[in-house]
Ligand binder design. Sequence first.
Ligand code: AGP
Length: 558
Amino acid sequence: MCGIIGMVGEGAPEFVVRGLRTLEYRGYDSSGIAVAKGGVVFVQKGVGTIDRIVSEPPEGVAAIGHTRWATHGGVTEFNAHPHLDCSGKYAVVHNGIIENHTALRQELVGRGHVFTSETDSEVIVHLFEEGVARFGDYEKALNYVLSKIRGQYAFVILTADGAILAARNGAPLLVGRSENATFVASDPVPLLGVASEIYRLRDGSYAVVTRAGAHISGEAQRVPEISARRVELGGYAHYMEKEIFEQPRALRDTLDYLRREEISLELDGRVHLLAAGTSYHASLYGEYLLRRRGIDARAFVASEYGSWKGREPDYIIAVSQSGETEDVLSVLRNQEGPEVVAITNTPGSTIEEYANTVIYTRAGPEVGVAATKTYTTQLLVFAHLFSGERPDKLPELAGQVIESAKPLAERLADELARKNNAYFLGRGLDVVTAREGALKLKEISYIHAEAYPAGESKHGPISLVENGFPVFFTASPDTFDETLPNVHEMRARGAEVVLASSEPSELAEYWFSVPHVSEVIFPMLSVIPWQLVAYYTAVRRGLNPDRPRNLAKSVTVR
Ligand code: AGP
Protein backbone atom coordinates (compact mmCIF):
# COMPACT_ATOMS: atom_id res chain seq x y z
CA MET A 1 0.00 0.00 0.00
CA CYS A 2 0.96 3.66 -0.37
CA GLY A 3 3.09 5.32 2.28
CA ILE A 4 3.04 8.94 3.46
CA ILE A 5 5.78 10.86 5.28
CA GLY A 6 6.01 14.55 6.20
CA MET A 7 8.00 16.82 8.49
CA VAL A 8 8.27 20.45 9.49
CA GLY A 9 11.66 21.28 10.99
CA GLU A 10 15.38 21.24 10.29
CA GLY A 11 16.43 18.32 8.12
CA ALA A 12 12.93 17.67 6.83
CA PRO A 13 13.92 16.51 3.31
CA GLU A 14 16.50 14.00 4.60
CA PHE A 15 14.03 12.67 7.17
CA VAL A 16 11.35 12.20 4.51
CA VAL A 17 13.72 10.24 2.23
CA ARG A 18 14.86 8.06 5.14
CA GLY A 19 11.26 7.59 6.22
CA LEU A 20 10.17 6.50 2.75
CA ARG A 21 12.90 3.87 2.80
CA THR A 22 11.47 2.40 6.02
CA LEU A 23 8.06 2.23 4.32
CA GLU A 24 9.45 0.28 1.37
CA TYR A 25 8.33 -2.98 3.02
CA ARG A 26 4.75 -1.89 2.39
CA GLY A 27 5.23 -2.38 -1.33
CA TYR A 28 5.11 0.35 -4.01
CA ASP A 29 5.78 1.11 -7.68
CA SER A 30 6.60 4.85 -7.72
CA SER A 31 7.71 7.52 -5.26
CA GLY A 32 8.57 11.15 -4.78
CA ILE A 33 9.13 14.07 -2.44
CA ALA A 34 8.19 17.75 -2.30
CA VAL A 35 10.30 20.32 -0.41
CA ALA A 36 9.32 23.89 0.55
CA LYS A 37 12.14 26.41 0.34
CA GLY A 38 12.16 30.15 -0.18
CA GLY A 39 8.48 30.33 -1.08
CA VAL A 40 8.72 27.61 -3.72
CA VAL A 41 7.81 23.90 -3.73
CA PHE A 42 10.40 21.61 -5.37
CA VAL A 43 9.14 18.18 -6.49
CA GLN A 44 11.20 15.10 -7.39
CA LYS A 45 9.17 12.02 -8.32
CA GLY A 46 9.04 9.08 -10.70
CA VAL A 47 8.65 5.35 -11.22
CA GLY A 48 10.83 3.20 -9.00
CA THR A 49 12.46 3.30 -5.60
CA ILE A 50 13.00 6.51 -3.68
CA ASP A 51 16.76 6.08 -3.93
CA ARG A 52 16.49 6.04 -7.72
CA ILE A 53 14.30 9.16 -7.76
CA VAL A 54 15.98 11.29 -5.12
CA SER A 55 19.77 11.25 -5.23
CA GLU A 56 20.34 14.47 -3.27
CA PRO A 57 17.24 15.91 -1.52
CA PRO A 58 17.07 19.73 -1.85
CA GLU A 59 17.41 21.76 1.37
CA GLY A 60 14.24 22.94 3.07
CA VAL A 61 12.39 23.31 6.38
CA ALA A 62 9.32 21.34 5.40
CA ALA A 63 8.87 18.32 3.16
CA ILE A 64 6.43 15.53 2.30
CA GLY A 65 6.97 12.23 0.52
CA HIS A 66 5.00 9.27 -0.86
CA THR A 67 5.42 5.72 -2.04
CA ARG A 68 2.60 4.82 -4.46
CA TRP A 69 0.93 1.46 -5.08
CA ALA A 70 -1.12 2.26 -8.18
CA THR A 71 -4.93 2.19 -7.96
CA HIS A 72 -6.26 5.05 -10.17
CA GLY A 73 -3.94 5.76 -13.10
CA GLY A 74 -1.02 3.75 -14.46
CA VAL A 75 2.49 3.48 -13.04
CA THR A 76 4.02 6.60 -14.63
CA GLU A 77 6.08 9.60 -13.52
CA PHE A 78 3.08 11.92 -13.93
CA ASN A 79 0.89 9.74 -11.73
CA ALA A 80 3.53 9.49 -9.02
CA HIS A 81 2.93 11.69 -5.97
CA PRO A 82 3.35 14.52 -4.91
CA HIS A 83 0.99 16.44 -7.19
CA LEU A 84 1.19 20.24 -7.58
CA ASP A 85 -1.64 22.75 -8.00
CA CYS A 86 -1.62 25.22 -10.90
CA SER A 87 0.29 27.90 -8.96
CA GLY A 88 3.02 25.47 -7.92
CA LYS A 89 2.64 26.68 -4.32
CA TYR A 90 0.95 23.56 -2.93
CA ALA A 91 1.71 19.85 -3.20
CA VAL A 92 -0.31 16.84 -2.05
CA VAL A 93 0.37 13.18 -1.27
CA HIS A 94 -2.60 10.88 -0.74
CA ASN A 95 -3.54 7.33 0.29
CA GLY A 96 -7.00 5.88 -0.36
CA ILE A 97 -9.60 6.70 -3.03
CA ILE A 98 -11.51 9.97 -3.70
CA GLU A 99 -14.73 8.35 -4.91
CA ASN A 100 -16.19 11.52 -6.50
CA HIS A 101 -12.96 12.56 -8.21
CA THR A 102 -14.37 12.43 -11.74
CA ALA A 103 -17.11 15.00 -11.07
CA LEU A 104 -14.70 17.18 -9.08
CA ARG A 105 -12.14 17.06 -11.88
CA GLN A 106 -14.74 18.13 -14.45
CA GLU A 107 -15.82 21.06 -12.25
CA LEU A 108 -12.22 22.14 -11.64
CA VAL A 109 -11.30 21.92 -15.32
CA GLY A 110 -14.41 23.96 -16.03
CA ARG A 111 -13.03 26.61 -13.68
CA GLY A 112 -9.72 26.64 -15.55
CA HIS A 113 -7.59 24.18 -13.59
CA VAL A 114 -5.07 22.19 -15.60
CA PHE A 115 -4.42 18.60 -14.50
CA THR A 116 -1.11 16.83 -15.09
CA SER A 117 -1.99 13.30 -13.93
CA GLU A 118 -4.71 10.63 -14.30
CA THR A 119 -4.99 10.19 -10.54
CA ASP A 120 -7.98 10.82 -8.28
CA SER A 121 -5.56 12.43 -5.77
CA GLU A 122 -4.80 15.54 -7.82
CA VAL A 123 -8.27 17.01 -7.24
CA ILE A 124 -7.29 17.60 -3.59
CA VAL A 125 -4.53 20.12 -4.30
CA HIS A 126 -6.55 22.04 -6.91
CA LEU A 127 -9.44 22.33 -4.45
CA PHE A 128 -7.02 23.51 -1.81
CA GLU A 129 -5.65 26.17 -4.17
CA GLU A 130 -9.24 27.37 -4.71
CA GLY A 131 -9.90 27.37 -0.99
CA VAL A 132 -6.85 29.51 -0.21
CA ALA A 133 -7.84 31.96 -2.96
CA ARG A 134 -11.39 32.14 -1.60
CA PHE A 135 -10.75 32.22 2.17
CA GLY A 136 -7.14 33.38 2.46
CA ASP A 137 -6.61 30.86 5.27
CA TYR A 138 -5.07 27.37 5.13
CA GLU A 139 -7.38 25.78 7.70
CA LYS A 140 -10.49 27.21 6.03
CA ALA A 141 -9.12 26.04 2.69
CA LEU A 142 -8.62 22.55 4.14
CA ASN A 143 -12.20 22.48 5.41
CA TYR A 144 -13.32 23.56 1.94
CA VAL A 145 -11.51 20.52 0.49
CA LEU A 146 -13.04 18.21 3.12
CA SER A 147 -16.50 19.53 2.33
CA LYS A 148 -16.07 18.55 -1.32
CA ILE A 149 -14.33 15.13 -1.37
CA ARG A 150 -15.91 11.74 -0.64
CA GLY A 151 -14.19 8.41 0.02
CA GLN A 152 -11.53 6.81 2.23
CA TYR A 153 -8.43 8.94 2.37
CA ALA A 154 -5.37 10.13 4.23
CA PHE A 155 -3.68 13.11 2.58
CA VAL A 156 -0.99 15.65 3.40
CA ILE A 157 -0.61 19.05 1.73
CA LEU A 158 2.66 21.01 1.77
CA THR A 159 2.58 24.78 1.24
CA ALA A 160 5.41 26.81 -0.29
CA ASP A 161 5.85 28.74 2.96
CA GLY A 162 6.52 25.52 4.87
CA ALA A 163 3.19 24.52 6.43
CA ILE A 164 1.77 20.97 6.37
CA LEU A 165 -1.93 20.08 6.55
CA ALA A 166 -2.88 16.45 7.16
CA ALA A 167 -6.39 14.97 7.12
CA ARG A 168 -7.81 11.43 7.30
CA ASN A 169 -11.01 9.54 6.81
CA GLY A 170 -10.71 5.75 6.78
CA ALA A 171 -6.98 5.44 6.01
CA PRO A 172 -4.33 5.64 8.77
CA LEU A 173 -2.46 8.88 9.50
CA LEU A 174 -0.30 9.70 12.49
CA VAL A 175 1.17 12.94 13.90
CA GLY A 176 4.47 12.76 15.76
CA ARG A 177 6.16 15.40 17.90
CA SER A 178 9.73 15.90 19.05
CA GLU A 179 11.37 18.83 20.81
CA ASN A 180 11.83 20.93 17.68
CA ALA A 181 9.96 19.20 14.85
CA THR A 182 6.57 17.77 13.90
CA PHE A 183 6.03 14.72 11.71
CA VAL A 184 3.16 13.08 9.84
CA ALA A 185 3.17 9.49 8.59
CA SER A 186 0.82 6.72 7.49
CA ASP A 187 2.69 4.16 9.62
CA PRO A 188 4.42 4.40 13.02
CA VAL A 189 7.65 2.69 11.86
CA PRO A 190 9.38 5.83 10.40
CA LEU A 191 8.56 7.81 13.57
CA LEU A 192 10.13 5.33 15.98
CA GLY A 193 13.17 6.76 17.69
CA VAL A 194 12.49 10.32 16.38
CA ALA A 195 9.06 11.31 17.72
CA SER A 196 8.69 11.41 21.50
CA GLU A 197 4.89 11.44 21.18
CA ILE A 198 2.83 9.78 18.43
CA TYR A 199 -0.90 10.38 17.92
CA ARG A 200 -3.23 8.51 15.55
CA LEU A 201 -5.72 10.87 13.90
CA ARG A 202 -9.28 9.59 14.05
CA ASP A 203 -11.68 9.64 11.10
CA GLY A 204 -12.77 13.21 10.30
CA SER A 205 -9.87 14.84 12.15
CA TYR A 206 -6.97 16.88 10.73
CA ALA A 207 -3.75 18.57 11.74
CA VAL A 208 -2.25 21.93 10.76
CA VAL A 209 1.52 21.96 11.27
CA THR A 210 3.84 24.99 11.10
CA ARG A 211 7.24 25.81 12.60
CA ALA A 212 5.29 27.06 15.63
CA GLY A 213 3.87 23.56 16.24
CA ALA A 214 0.84 21.41 15.44
CA HIS A 215 -2.87 22.08 15.98
CA ILE A 216 -5.08 18.97 15.81
CA SER A 217 -8.79 19.39 15.10
CA GLY A 218 -11.01 16.43 16.03
CA GLU A 219 -10.03 13.26 17.87
CA ALA A 220 -6.53 11.82 18.06
CA GLN A 221 -5.36 8.91 20.20
CA ARG A 222 -1.88 8.67 21.77
CA VAL A 223 -0.13 5.57 20.37
CA PRO A 224 1.53 3.51 23.14
CA GLU A 225 5.32 3.60 23.21
CA ILE A 226 6.89 1.26 20.66
CA SER A 227 10.62 1.06 21.09
CA ALA A 228 12.60 1.69 17.94
CA ARG A 229 14.81 -1.21 19.01
CA ARG A 230 11.93 -3.59 18.27
CA VAL A 231 11.99 -2.52 14.64
CA GLU A 232 15.72 -2.82 14.06
CA LEU A 233 16.91 -5.73 11.98
CA GLY A 234 19.27 -6.77 14.78
CA GLY A 235 21.73 -8.80 12.77
CA TYR A 236 19.18 -10.82 10.79
CA ALA A 237 19.26 -10.86 7.00
CA HIS A 238 15.59 -9.86 6.70
CA TYR A 239 12.72 -8.78 8.95
CA MET A 240 10.89 -12.00 8.06
CA GLU A 241 13.76 -14.11 9.40
CA LYS A 242 13.91 -11.99 12.55
CA GLU A 243 10.17 -12.24 13.08
CA ILE A 244 10.15 -16.03 12.65
CA PHE A 245 12.91 -16.32 15.24
CA GLU A 246 11.14 -13.84 17.54
CA GLN A 247 8.10 -16.09 17.92
CA PRO A 248 9.09 -17.58 21.33
CA ARG A 249 9.30 -14.02 22.73
CA ALA A 250 6.14 -12.92 20.92
CA LEU A 251 4.23 -15.92 22.27
CA ARG A 252 5.56 -15.33 25.78
CA ASP A 253 4.61 -11.63 25.72
CA THR A 254 1.15 -12.44 24.37
CA LEU A 255 0.56 -15.17 26.96
CA ASP A 256 1.70 -12.86 29.77
CA TYR A 257 -0.61 -10.08 28.50
CA LEU A 258 -3.63 -12.40 28.21
CA ARG A 259 -3.13 -13.66 31.75
CA ARG A 260 -2.15 -10.33 33.33
CA GLU A 261 -5.21 -8.60 31.86
CA GLU A 262 -7.37 -11.68 32.56
CA ILE A 263 -8.68 -11.55 29.00
CA SER A 264 -11.80 -13.64 28.44
CA LEU A 265 -14.87 -13.68 26.22
CA GLU A 266 -18.30 -15.11 26.96
CA LEU A 267 -20.12 -15.59 23.64
CA ASP A 268 -23.68 -16.83 24.02
CA GLY A 269 -24.93 -16.64 20.45
CA ARG A 270 -24.02 -16.93 16.80
CA VAL A 271 -20.44 -15.87 15.94
CA HIS A 272 -19.06 -14.76 12.60
CA LEU A 273 -15.30 -14.35 12.20
CA LEU A 274 -14.01 -11.91 9.57
CA ALA A 275 -10.49 -11.58 8.22
CA ALA A 276 -8.24 -11.74 5.17
CA GLY A 277 -5.17 -13.73 4.19
CA THR A 278 -3.20 -15.20 7.05
CA SER A 279 -5.59 -13.69 9.58
CA TYR A 280 -8.38 -15.61 7.84
CA HIS A 281 -6.46 -18.81 8.49
CA ALA A 282 -6.26 -17.84 12.15
CA SER A 283 -10.01 -17.26 12.04
CA LEU A 284 -10.55 -20.80 10.71
CA TYR A 285 -8.64 -22.05 13.76
CA GLY A 286 -10.83 -19.87 15.99
CA GLU A 287 -13.97 -21.19 14.26
CA TYR A 288 -12.83 -24.79 14.98
CA LEU A 289 -12.29 -24.10 18.68
CA LEU A 290 -15.63 -22.29 19.01
CA ARG A 291 -17.49 -25.14 17.30
CA ARG A 292 -15.69 -27.63 19.57
CA ARG A 293 -17.42 -25.80 22.42
CA GLY A 294 -20.80 -26.08 20.72
CA ILE A 295 -20.93 -22.45 19.60
CA ASP A 296 -22.45 -21.66 16.19
CA ALA A 297 -19.38 -20.09 14.57
CA ARG A 298 -18.38 -19.45 10.98
CA ALA A 299 -15.26 -17.82 9.52
CA PHE A 300 -15.57 -15.60 6.44
CA VAL A 301 -13.13 -14.09 4.00
CA ALA A 302 -14.01 -10.46 4.72
CA SER A 303 -14.27 -9.44 1.04
CA GLU A 304 -16.97 -12.14 0.55
CA TYR A 305 -19.06 -11.21 3.57
CA GLY A 306 -21.35 -8.97 1.52
CA SER A 307 -22.73 -12.01 -0.30
CA TRP A 308 -23.73 -13.72 2.98
CA LYS A 309 -27.49 -14.38 2.87
CA GLY A 310 -27.81 -16.21 6.17
CA ARG A 311 -28.89 -14.96 9.59
CA GLU A 312 -27.07 -12.05 11.17
CA PRO A 313 -24.65 -13.00 13.96
CA ASP A 314 -24.79 -11.91 17.58
CA TYR A 315 -21.02 -11.39 17.57
CA ILE A 316 -18.40 -10.54 14.95
CA ILE A 317 -14.77 -11.36 15.72
CA ALA A 318 -12.62 -9.31 13.31
CA VAL A 319 -8.99 -10.43 13.07
CA SER A 320 -6.41 -8.10 11.53
CA GLN A 321 -2.79 -7.75 12.61
CA SER A 322 -2.55 -4.27 11.03
CA GLY A 323 -6.05 -3.20 12.02
CA GLU A 324 -6.18 -1.36 8.69
CA THR A 325 -7.39 -3.99 6.17
CA GLU A 326 -10.11 -2.23 4.18
CA ASP A 327 -11.91 -5.50 3.36
CA VAL A 328 -12.48 -5.94 7.10
CA LEU A 329 -13.10 -2.27 7.98
CA SER A 330 -15.66 -1.81 5.19
CA VAL A 331 -17.78 -4.62 6.70
CA LEU A 332 -17.48 -3.27 10.24
CA ARG A 333 -18.45 0.26 9.13
CA ASN A 334 -21.86 -1.05 8.11
CA GLN A 335 -22.57 -3.28 11.12
CA GLU A 336 -25.17 -2.20 13.66
CA GLY A 337 -26.48 -5.26 15.46
CA PRO A 338 -23.57 -7.57 16.35
CA GLU A 339 -21.16 -7.02 19.23
CA VAL A 340 -17.74 -6.54 17.56
CA VAL A 341 -14.55 -8.02 19.01
CA ALA A 342 -11.30 -7.01 17.30
CA ILE A 343 -8.09 -9.02 17.58
CA THR A 344 -5.19 -6.90 16.38
CA ASN A 345 -1.44 -6.45 16.75
CA THR A 346 -1.55 -2.67 16.28
CA PRO A 347 -2.70 -0.52 19.20
CA GLY A 348 -4.52 2.60 18.03
CA SER A 349 -5.31 1.16 14.59
CA THR A 350 -8.52 1.99 12.77
CA ILE A 351 -10.22 -1.33 13.59
CA GLU A 352 -10.49 -0.16 17.21
CA GLU A 353 -12.97 2.52 16.11
CA TYR A 354 -15.47 -0.16 15.14
CA ALA A 355 -14.97 -2.62 17.99
CA ASN A 356 -16.80 -2.94 21.31
CA THR A 357 -13.90 -5.05 22.64
CA VAL A 358 -10.26 -5.07 21.49
CA ILE A 359 -7.86 -7.95 22.28
CA TYR A 360 -4.20 -7.55 21.34
CA THR A 361 -1.54 -9.89 20.17
CA ARG A 362 1.75 -8.73 21.69
CA ALA A 363 3.98 -9.78 18.80
CA GLY A 364 5.56 -6.34 18.46
CA PRO A 365 5.72 -4.49 15.13
CA GLU A 366 5.78 -6.90 12.18
CA VAL A 367 7.66 -5.33 9.26
CA GLY A 368 7.97 -8.32 6.91
CA VAL A 369 5.06 -8.40 4.46
CA ALA A 370 4.49 -12.09 5.17
CA ALA A 371 2.73 -12.59 8.49
CA THR A 372 4.58 -14.96 10.81
CA LYS A 373 4.72 -14.03 14.52
CA THR A 374 1.38 -12.23 14.27
CA TYR A 375 -0.18 -15.49 13.01
CA THR A 376 1.05 -17.76 15.80
CA THR A 377 0.11 -15.17 18.42
CA GLN A 378 -3.37 -14.86 16.86
CA LEU A 379 -3.75 -18.64 17.30
CA LEU A 380 -2.58 -18.27 20.90
CA VAL A 381 -5.28 -15.66 21.58
CA PHE A 382 -7.94 -18.05 20.26
CA ALA A 383 -6.48 -20.95 22.25
CA HIS A 384 -6.51 -18.83 25.40
CA LEU A 385 -10.09 -17.69 24.82
CA PHE A 386 -11.74 -20.90 23.65
CA SER A 387 -9.68 -24.01 24.42
CA GLY A 388 -9.30 -24.08 28.18
CA GLU A 389 -5.67 -25.19 27.70
CA ARG A 390 -2.75 -23.51 29.49
CA PRO A 391 0.17 -23.61 26.99
CA ASP A 392 2.88 -22.61 29.48
CA LYS A 393 5.62 -24.44 27.59
CA LEU A 394 4.57 -23.13 24.16
CA PRO A 395 7.28 -20.42 23.88
CA GLU A 396 9.99 -22.94 24.81
CA LEU A 397 8.63 -25.56 22.40
CA ALA A 398 8.49 -22.97 19.61
CA GLY A 399 12.17 -22.25 20.21
CA GLN A 400 12.96 -25.97 19.96
CA VAL A 401 11.09 -26.30 16.66
CA ILE A 402 12.89 -23.27 15.21
CA GLU A 403 16.26 -24.69 16.20
CA SER A 404 15.61 -28.18 14.81
CA ALA A 405 13.81 -27.04 11.65
CA LYS A 406 16.23 -24.33 10.50
CA PRO A 407 19.05 -26.52 9.03
CA LEU A 408 16.56 -28.88 7.38
CA ALA A 409 14.58 -25.99 5.89
CA GLU A 410 17.77 -24.50 4.47
CA ARG A 411 18.68 -27.82 2.88
CA LEU A 412 15.19 -28.36 1.47
CA ALA A 413 15.17 -24.81 0.10
CA ASP A 414 18.15 -25.57 -2.15
CA GLU A 415 15.99 -28.15 -3.94
CA LEU A 416 12.60 -26.46 -3.65
CA ALA A 417 13.94 -23.26 -5.19
CA ARG A 418 14.07 -25.10 -8.52
CA LYS A 419 10.41 -26.23 -8.38
CA ASN A 420 7.36 -24.35 -9.62
CA ASN A 421 4.47 -26.10 -7.89
CA ALA A 422 3.69 -27.66 -4.53
CA TYR A 423 0.79 -29.06 -2.51
CA PHE A 424 0.20 -28.60 1.22
CA LEU A 425 -2.10 -31.25 2.70
CA GLY A 426 -3.53 -32.03 6.10
CA ARG A 427 -6.62 -33.29 7.90
CA GLY A 428 -8.90 -31.66 10.48
CA LEU A 429 -7.28 -28.62 12.04
CA ASP A 430 -4.06 -29.40 10.14
CA VAL A 431 -5.75 -28.19 6.95
CA VAL A 432 -5.49 -24.67 8.40
CA THR A 433 -1.74 -25.08 8.77
CA ALA A 434 -1.57 -26.47 5.23
CA ARG A 435 -3.39 -23.37 3.95
CA GLU A 436 -1.03 -21.05 5.81
CA GLY A 437 2.02 -22.96 4.58
CA ALA A 438 0.84 -22.71 0.97
CA LEU A 439 0.21 -18.97 1.31
CA LYS A 440 3.66 -18.36 2.82
CA LEU A 441 5.45 -20.26 0.04
CA LYS A 442 3.59 -18.66 -2.85
CA GLU A 443 3.56 -15.09 -1.55
CA ILE A 444 7.31 -14.76 -1.03
CA SER A 445 8.95 -17.37 -3.31
CA TYR A 446 6.40 -17.13 -6.15
CA ILE A 447 6.15 -20.94 -6.34
CA HIS A 448 2.53 -21.90 -7.02
CA ALA A 449 1.32 -23.73 -3.91
CA GLU A 450 -2.16 -25.02 -3.11
CA ALA A 451 -3.62 -26.45 0.08
CA TYR A 452 -6.18 -29.23 0.24
CA PRO A 453 -7.71 -31.55 2.80
CA ALA A 454 -5.47 -34.65 2.40
CA GLY A 455 -8.44 -36.90 1.67
CA GLU A 456 -9.61 -34.57 -1.08
CA SER A 457 -6.35 -34.74 -3.05
CA LYS A 458 -7.37 -38.03 -4.70
CA HIS A 459 -10.52 -36.35 -6.07
CA GLY A 460 -8.61 -34.43 -8.74
CA PRO A 461 -5.55 -32.55 -7.47
CA ILE A 462 -3.40 -35.72 -7.48
CA SER A 463 -3.48 -35.63 -11.28
CA LEU A 464 -0.75 -32.98 -11.17
CA VAL A 465 1.59 -35.17 -9.14
CA GLU A 466 4.57 -36.63 -10.98
CA ASN A 467 8.16 -37.52 -10.12
CA GLY A 468 9.71 -34.98 -7.76
CA PHE A 469 6.47 -33.03 -7.17
CA PRO A 470 6.79 -31.55 -3.65
CA VAL A 471 3.91 -32.43 -1.30
CA PHE A 472 4.00 -31.01 2.25
CA PHE A 473 1.99 -32.91 4.86
CA THR A 474 1.04 -31.51 8.26
CA ALA A 475 -0.01 -34.36 10.56
CA SER A 476 -0.67 -33.84 14.26
CA PRO A 477 -0.80 -36.83 16.63
CA ASP A 478 -4.60 -36.73 16.23
CA THR A 479 -4.54 -37.03 12.43
CA PHE A 480 -1.27 -38.87 11.75
CA ASP A 481 -2.65 -42.40 11.24
CA GLU A 482 -5.52 -41.13 9.10
CA THR A 483 -3.10 -39.09 6.93
CA LEU A 484 -0.58 -41.88 6.21
CA PRO A 485 -2.63 -43.50 3.40
CA ASN A 486 -2.58 -40.14 1.58
CA VAL A 487 1.18 -40.00 2.00
CA HIS A 488 1.41 -43.47 0.43
CA GLU A 489 -0.79 -42.35 -2.49
CA MET A 490 1.48 -39.40 -3.18
CA ARG A 491 4.70 -41.40 -2.83
CA ALA A 492 3.32 -44.03 -5.21
CA ARG A 493 3.13 -41.31 -7.86
CA GLY A 494 6.66 -40.06 -7.34
CA ALA A 495 5.89 -37.11 -5.07
CA GLU A 496 8.69 -35.75 -2.90
CA VAL A 497 7.08 -35.92 0.55
CA VAL A 498 7.88 -33.37 3.25
CA LEU A 499 6.29 -34.15 6.62
CA ALA A 500 5.74 -32.04 9.73
CA SER A 501 4.63 -34.43 12.49
CA SER A 502 5.45 -35.71 15.96
CA GLU A 503 6.47 -39.14 14.69
CA PRO A 504 8.61 -39.86 11.62
CA SER A 505 7.70 -41.86 8.53
CA GLU A 506 10.06 -43.61 6.15
CA LEU A 507 7.82 -42.25 3.38
CA ALA A 508 9.11 -38.73 3.90
CA GLU A 509 12.29 -37.41 2.26
CA TYR A 510 12.24 -34.59 4.78
CA TRP A 511 10.76 -34.92 8.27
CA PHE A 512 10.27 -31.87 10.49
CA SER A 513 9.91 -33.02 14.05
CA VAL A 514 7.11 -31.28 15.98
CA PRO A 515 6.61 -31.97 19.72
CA HIS A 516 3.83 -34.36 20.70
CA VAL A 517 1.20 -31.84 21.89
CA SER A 518 -2.57 -31.44 21.75
CA GLU A 519 -4.45 -30.63 18.55
CA VAL A 520 -4.87 -27.10 19.92
CA ILE A 521 -1.17 -26.40 20.41
CA PHE A 522 0.14 -28.34 17.38
CA PRO A 523 -0.82 -25.68 14.76
CA MET A 524 1.21 -23.02 16.58
CA LEU A 525 4.30 -25.22 16.23
CA SER A 526 3.79 -27.07 12.93
CA VAL A 527 3.48 -23.83 10.94
CA ILE A 528 7.05 -22.83 11.88
CA PRO A 529 8.79 -25.29 9.49
CA TRP A 530 6.61 -23.99 6.65
CA GLN A 531 7.51 -20.39 7.53
CA LEU A 532 11.21 -21.27 7.45
CA VAL A 533 10.90 -23.27 4.21
CA ALA A 534 9.15 -20.35 2.51
CA TYR A 535 11.73 -17.86 3.80
CA TYR A 536 14.85 -19.82 2.78
CA THR A 537 13.36 -20.80 -0.58
CA ALA A 538 12.71 -17.14 -1.42
CA VAL A 539 16.27 -16.28 -0.44
CA ARG A 540 17.63 -19.16 -2.55
CA ARG A 541 15.66 -17.74 -5.48
CA GLY A 542 17.42 -14.40 -5.02
CA LEU A 543 14.19 -12.70 -3.86
CA ASN A 544 13.69 -10.24 -1.00
CA PRO A 545 11.25 -11.98 1.39
CA ASP A 546 10.46 -8.64 3.06
CA ARG A 547 9.22 -7.05 -0.15
CA PRO A 548 7.40 -9.58 -2.32
CA ARG A 549 6.20 -8.18 -5.63
CA ASN A 550 2.62 -6.87 -5.91
CA LEU A 551 2.04 -7.28 -2.15
CA ALA A 552 1.69 -4.78 0.67
CA LYS A 553 1.88 -5.20 4.43
CA SER A 554 -1.61 -3.88 4.93
CA VAL A 555 -4.14 -3.72 2.11
CA THR A 556 -5.98 -0.47 2.78
CA VAL A 557 -7.99 -0.50 -0.47
CA ARG A 558 -10.84 -2.80 -1.53
C1 AGP B 1 -0.05 -12.76 4.91
O1 AGP B 1 1.30 -13.18 4.98
C2 AGP B 1 -0.22 -11.54 4.01
N1 AGP B 1 0.65 -10.48 4.40
C3 AGP B 1 -1.67 -11.10 3.90
O2 AGP B 1 -2.43 -12.19 3.44
C4 AGP B 1 -2.28 -10.60 5.21
O3 AGP B 1 -2.42 -11.68 6.13
C5 AGP B 1 -3.66 -10.02 4.92
O4 AGP B 1 -3.51 -8.93 4.04
C6 AGP B 1 -4.39 -9.56 6.20
O5 AGP B 1 -3.65 -8.56 6.83
P1 AGP B 1 -4.15 -8.08 8.31
O6 AGP B 1 -3.92 -9.22 9.26
O7 AGP B 1 -3.29 -6.89 8.62
O8 AGP B 1 -5.61 -7.73 8.21
